[in-house]
Design a protein around this ligand. Sequence first.
Ligand SMILES: [Zn+2]
Length: 572
Amino acid sequence: MLSHISMKKSFFLFTLVFLLGCSDSKDDLSREIDIVILDDLIQHSNEFDKRVYSFDNGLHLAVGYGIANSIMVEGIDGNIIIDASDSVAEAEEVYSHFSKINSNPIKAIIYTHNHGDHTFGAAYYYNLGEEKPMVIAHESTSEYVERIMGILNPIISKRSSRMFGTELPSGDVINVGIGPYLGVSQSPIGYIKPNITFTDELKINIAGVDIELYHAPGETNDQLFVWLPKHKALMPGDNIYRTFPNLYTIRGTPHRDVKSWVKSLDHMRSLKPDYLLPSHTKPLEGEEVLETLTIYRDAIQFVHDQTIRLMNKGHSPDEISHMIQLPPEVSSSPFVREFYGTVRWSVKSIFNGYLGWFDGNVSNLDPLPSEDYARRLAILSGGEEKLFEALQKAVESEDMQWALQLSDNLLALNYKIDSTKKLRQEAIQYIGDRALNPNKRNYFLSSANELNANYQAEPLLPQTSELLSEISIDMFFDILSVRLNPEKAKGIKQRVCFEFESGNIKTITLRNQIAEVSSEKTNCDILVKTSEQILKEALAGVRNPIMTVASGDIETGGQRTNFLNFLSKFAE
Ligand SMILES: [Zn+2]
């Protein structure tokens, strides 16, 4: 009997998806906002009007179908797709237009980088014909895809959902800065692992088209740009679009190397392109291409250099974020309006990238825990009730950032929790409603939504076996390692070895409340035999793990209960 082993099913749902579903089911907090504040953001939506831009040299750019653009390059006996959109359904919609222009087979799919809005629709193109297209990307792309789908998935999913407003009623999302909305929620994820990769550059002829790919770190470390020398056309991926760049993204990201970003843009400028087909926002041609690339790289360099100048004078990230403004010659360009990244957030990220989180101020090295700080602040204010009154007053007088900071302290003290949350919600909603930056707006409105008493997180999209087969088994072991519950692993020394049909060996050794992953097959307490795909499906909840063990699809050498017990240590 296995029933005494309690394992929540949710434990197995490794939540591989990085983005959540859309909903119209939120309580609508009816409010009136002066529309003029948001006018520019509403205007910015024109950038994403659904349209296929066609050039007479055989280049076609689909804008407005989900968050990212897709590009089709016509060759002699086949076509090339650059970036595959957010989802299979969107790829299908885009291709319904592309195929009317030219229905020759798709010979290659090129990912400009790992983000889901450029890769998750690939399976549609991959499965179109008998002959499978090449899938080309930088050598590090698959590793980054797996990282987002893997150990960081729960938090990146949550924060992405807030930033893109996927749980908001559609009327609340004006746009997402670089696209109209995130489309992945309505359709299965169709990521296909790249099968042709390169380090620095790749020059290749596909269907008679000369194609040059260059590694170009910027918005991501795996970013590439596509150069078609005969067309004099540049596809810069996400290293340029019509808004200030996301030098930092509030959904959370490793440090983005801002200096390399400038270098990558300079590499593009050196080619003197006539056409620029970005992966977000509309295309450019003629003189505007070089002018825009130059303004864009200057904006980035300005923020980078001035941050460092002020860092060297001893200023803190917070201070610098209030000190730097783009020069008017640059800020007048429509390409650097803060509809995606902002200068303020970029400054803090640049500081952090060079010096790490410590701002240099001794007060901030080991500050009081927030609850202790809040208690002292309450005493100083004349008691918790006084703090609460200050919060009420701040909300009444629409001093909302102060209200938020006051509410942090009251939450830390757990004081009048329901009323505090209500006031906090009002403050978050107020700021979100008036934020011109859609990332901030969506993040705030989503956070306000989460404070509704009846709020329930949207369920994650179900996994498919096809998707799991594109993800390496190593990632699943990495996830197990970061899910080990130390309480349940106390005092346990155990080694479980996995022998896969592929011949691959993976071993988890529990000791000192850590799970070491290796590939030794000695001194195994339990020897598990199965296929990589079956284990992936069981861990991701595509198949029932207990049934899979019971049926022998995961063979445990007679140690089913012990194996399930072992797995339970990775549960909440
Ligand atoms: Zn993108």
